[in-house]
Design a protein around this ligand. Structure first.
Ligand SMILES: NC(=O)C1=CN([C@@H]2O[C@H](COP(=O)(O)OP(=O)(O)OC[C@H]3O[C@@H](n4cnc5c(N)ncnc54)[C@H](OP(=O)(O)O)[C@@H]3O)[C@@H](O)[C@H]2O)C=CC1
Ligand SMILES: O=C(O)C1=N[C@H](C(=O)O)C[C@H](O)C1
Length: 268
């Protein structure tokens, strides 16, 4: 069994720490580097100690180029600007990426797609197995129910989350649009206020809740005449996302350049 050496960008964040814990619990991978931006308050501290899994001998560092030399795959859970500045360095080093960051706009996604022509990149707004299965279920449900049922997506997250709707809600919207034969750009309704008029046919509505320590809840409602189907996923631990990201990293190690998703990793 070959060992995959991982670097984590955003190592001290909520997901960075969860990924370090998942790495420590996974025999097939090892931590090569733990990265943060220069001047970070935790610079130099041991990444394992910081994540509560005991000393790993990997200090929090700022030199991404040196970090890439010490790893096979970079796992990124940061913000879009940080992901985009890591892209050219990963391309230059020929290092694959697992991107969990959300909140990219269309131009930023195009930059990721361009980099994926040179290196393997696994991009997923949600690395949990449960959500990945839900995406498949939603696409299938929308194919059958899409024209007769109104579709609404409701998501809730903790008070620290900075992007809305969540990347997962948008991925669910994309899966539903694909299944229903719609274009999300045309069907999405992101806000309602005042005299909205009746609901347009074929709309996909989004609603966002922010507060407390909610890790990530998503419900899709298919609302018909006299019946309603709801598909819900609730995360109760960030380990689901972290284990999935580590699994994706081991999966893309040595793979051909391309843009992959967690659905590819799970063969869905
Ligand atoms: N795909 C998935 O399964 C999941 C995706 N996410 C996504 O992952 C991302 C991170 O979430 P979370 O861990 O909760 O966020 P945190 O805010 O806890 O962590 C973000 C980390 O990224 C660093 N960072 C932020 N901006 C920059 C920058 N410009 N350059 C370098 N480093 C930067 C932060 O450092 P600093 O402290 O200096 O700001 C911090 O260490 C979000 O986009 C979130 O939506 C979250 C959970 C699951
Ligand atoms: O910011 C978070 O916390 C999460 N973000 C991801 C998203 O935007 O979908 C995934 C998960 O729901 C947690």
């Amino acid at each position: 069994m070959s060992i995959t050496r991982l670097a984590i960008l955003g190592a001290t964040g909520r997901m960075g720490r969860a990924v370090i814990q998942a790495v420590a619990a996974t025999p097939a991978v090892t931590l090569g580097a733990a990265l943060e931006r220069a001047g970070h308050t935790e610079m130099g501290r041991d990444a394992g100690t910081l994540a509560g899994v005991g000393e790993l001998g990997v200090p929090i560092a700022a030199d991404l180029r040196a970090g890439l030399d010490a790893c096979d795959v970079l796992i990124d859970f940061t913000r879009p600007e940080a992901t985009l500045s890591a892209l050219p360095l990963c391309v230059a080093a020929g290092t694959g990426m697992v991107i969990g960051t959300t909140g990219f706009d269309a131009a930023q996604k195009a930059q990721i797609e361009a980099a994926a022509r040179r290196i393997p990149i696994c991009l997923s707004a949600n690395f949990s197995i449960g959500v990945t299965v839900c995406l498949k279920l939603l696409e299938d449900a929308a194919r059958v129910l899409g024209s007769d049922f109104d579709i609404e997506i409701v998501e809730a997250h903790h008070r620290h989350k900075v992007d809305a709707p969540s990347g997962t809600a948008l991925a669910m919207g994309e899966a539903i649009a694909r299944g229903a034969g719609l274009r999300l750009e045309e069907a999405a309704v992101y806000a309602r206020q005042g005299h909205t008029g009746p609901r347009p046919a074929g709309a996909i509505g989004f609603a966002t809740v922010r507060g407390g320590d909610v890790i990530g809840d998503h419900t899709v409602m298919f609302l018909g005449e006299g019946e309603r189907v709801e598909i819900t996923h609730k995360a109760s631990s960030r380990q689901n996302f972290a284990r999935g990201a580590v699994r994706a990293a081991a999966w893309i190690h040595g793979r051909a350049p391309g843009l992959y998703s967690m659905r590819d990793v799970l063969g869905l």
